[in-house]
Design a protein around this ligand. Structure first.
Ligand code: PLP
Length: 452
């Protein structure tokens, strides 16, 4: 890098308005400047090595420094750097990628709509399900039910679909026709209740909401199979089959947002079916290109495609970068890597179970009241007194203290309140997992020392 860390930080703080950042709290210290990455590690401008326990933002599934992806992008840029797919036009990588993703999603799906992000894809979903019902002659069926503490993106529609109170508090009126039910967070809401019984009860909140809104007005339910940004909330195994049963009973569409969960992170190409759901639409982004280039989309089930494509006329919706040839070429090369290295099976059968075991052992730490994983995501809860389940005073921001210790000790872990979460790259080996856990322990010890 030709500029010093201080010089980059000065440029940054003068001109770069960051997403999800309190700039006042940055004043005086400057942003951390990340300069390069290899495998499961990134380095900052002071050459500190950092284990990326979050895969960037849950996306660098194949790890950093994969030359194949660089070459796929360069090759495609030379041939055709851009063309759109509006107005009866296409390109080879987009058509090939659509076919490949449909193949991974299974026989109930037939098409893919491309965007550049998870947020845009969920905006597409809202328009798509409303257009679906309008095409069927039921335009009043336009309410979408989502969950509190869900994350579905940062566009106006993504924020409205999501259930993040901080996002709802800013930016004025939300998109109408979106309702929320409580999330299936067993640890917080009903720790003394049998987990499976809680799963059924939590799914029942969907039915209550459908009845309150009026079944004839409900278009769809949307949910992340495992809530990511909300703190890695893993639902009881009874939850999704019961959600599916309720959707079927009232004929409402099911949208599974697999922006985090898809492309191997939970040990399946797409995780909803593994969890007992049969979505009509699947949102994807992130892992489809391992974050090397922006790409997102919606896998469209035959139920929706047959109506919207078969009878709906022109869908007046699309993005300049829908089906971007370079992004699609990188995605194809990324899927080649995931397949060739058997990463999906490895997560399900080998590294996922190993991470689960090592992570669960962290519960012995005096600060940790619970620790669980699913594939390559995990969350642990920090508590003041775990025997009596007494949380810390939120003003102490213990999660943030822990996160800062992580940064200082060469580890990226994210804090959601006092939940510490991880989503390491899928290429993690068992010895990488050992290193990750070793660093987590160091950070937990440092946090404990700090607050005593
Ligand atoms: N949906 C889920 C489940 C996500 O986790 C995210 C991002 O973290 C999004 C949607 C939004 O994706 P993007 O940031 O690409 O717009």
């Amino acid at each position: 890098m030709s500029l010093t860390t201080r010089e980059v930080q000065a440029l940054d703080s003068a001109h770069y308005m960051h997403p999800f950042t309190d700039h006042q709290s940055l004043a005086g210290k400057g942003a951390r400047v990340i300069t390069r990455g290899k495998g499961v590690y990134v380095w900052d401008s002071e050459d500190n090595e950092i284990f990326d326990g979050m895969s960037g933002l849950w996306c660098v599934n194949v790890g950093y420094g994969r030359q194949e992806l660089v070459e796929a992008a360069a090759r495609q840029m030379e041939v055709l750097p851009y063309y759109n797919s509006f107005f009866q036009t296409t390109n080879l990588p987009a058509a090939q990628l659509a076919e490949r993703i449909v193949g991974l999603a299974g026989a109930r799906f037939s098409h893919v709509f491309f965007s550049s992000s998870g947020s845009e894809s969920n905006d597409t979903n809202v328009r798509l399900v409303r257009h679906y019902w309008a095409t069927l002659g039921q335009p009043e069926r336009n309410v979408i039910i989502s969950r509190k503490n869900a994350y579905h993106g940062s566009t106006v529609c993504g924020a409205a679909l999501g259930g993040m109170s901080g996002m709802h508090a800013q930016g004025g009126p939300m998109v109408p026709g979106i309702e929320h039910i409580q999330q299936p967070y067993h640890f917080e809401l009903a720790p003394d209740m049998d987990r499976d019984a809680f799963g059924i009860e939590a799914a029942g909140w969907l039915e209550q909401k459908i009845l309150a809104v009026g079944p004839e007005k409900v278009a769809a339910f949307i949910g992340e199979p495992v809530q990511g940004a909300g703190g890695v909330i893993i639902p009881p195994k009874t939850y999704w089959p019961e959600i599916q049963r309720i959707c079927d009973k009232y004929g409402i569409l099911l949208i599974c947002d697999e922006v985090i969960c898809g492309f191997g992170r939970l040990g399946a190409w797409f995780s909803a079916e593994m969890m007992g759901a049969k979505p009509d639409l699947i949102t994807f982004a992130k892992g489809v290109t391992s974050g090397y280039i922006p790409l997102g989309g919606v896998v469209v089930g035959k139920r929706v495609a047959d109506v919207v494509i078969g009878q709906g006329g022109e869908f007046n919706h699309g993005y300049t970068y829908s089906g971007h040839p370079v992004a699609c070429a990188v995605a194809l090369a990324n899927l080649d890597i995931i397949e060739r290295e058997g990463l999906v099976d490895r997560v399900r059968e080998e590294t996922g179970p190993y991470l689960a075991e090592q992570f669960a052992a962290l519960s012995e730490h005096p600060l940790v009241a619970g620790a669980e994983t699913f594939g390559m995501v995990g969350g642990l809860v920090l508590m003041k007194d775990k025997a009596s389940r007494t949380p810390f005073d939120s003003s102490l921001e213990v999660g943030m203290i822990c996160r800062d210790h992580c940064f200082a000790n060469g580890l990226v872990m994210r804090a959601v309140g006092d939940r510490m979460i991880i989503a390491p790259p899928l290429v993690c080996t068992k010895s990488d997992i050992d290193e990750l856990i070793k660093r987590v322990r160091i950070c937990l010890d440092a946090t404990l020392k700090d607050i005593q």
